[in-house]
Design a protein around this ligand. Structure first.
Ligand code: HEC
Length: 107
């Protein structure tokens, strides 16, 4: 779990606490946020996946699948393009598929 410290001043600010600022009694408040999930970790191919696969949904869609073969990931990406209208240039489909196989694939 990642913890973020939000000062009481921010909370008070959100509540419109102008009077609070005048008091200056800011004490830290600890807020627990959901764990940060890195969407598509890695290098250049990860950039492609980030650019093309996060416009409609989160990377959870990829990681919640069972391990798919290269042919299956290829079919998934083509489905995103043909059925859901993702605009992925042909030349970038191959590198994205390779990346998906590396992330959550099987031979
Ligand atoms: C234009 C919008 C759009 C883009 C861009 C997009 N998807 Fe999807 N994706 C969808 C929709 C819509 C669904 C179905 C959602 C549902 O059923 O809840 C989906 C579902 C999925 C699923 C779940 C299995 C399935 O077939 O329904 C996977 C895996 C997936 N997307 C992967 C990807 C990957 C990988 C990329 C990038 C190459 C991508 N998506 C880009 C719209 C998109």
């Amino acid at each position: 779990m990642r913890k973020a410290i939000v000062t009481a001043a921010v909370v008070a600010g959100l509540l419109g606490g102008v009077a609070f600022h005048a008091s200056g009694a800011a004490s830290p408040v600890s807020v627990t946020l959901p764990p940060a999930v890195e969407a598509f970790p890695g290098g250049p191919e990860a950039d492609l996946a980030r650019r093309h696969c996060l416009t409609c949904h989160s990377s959870d869609y990829v990681y919640s699948q069972p391990k798919l073969s290269k042919a299956q990931w290829s079919a998934e990406v083509i489905k995103m393009v043909k059925v859901y209208g993702a605009s992925i240039p042909d030349a970038e489909v191959g590198p994205i598929v390779d990346y998906l196989v590396a992330q959550n694939g099987k031979p």
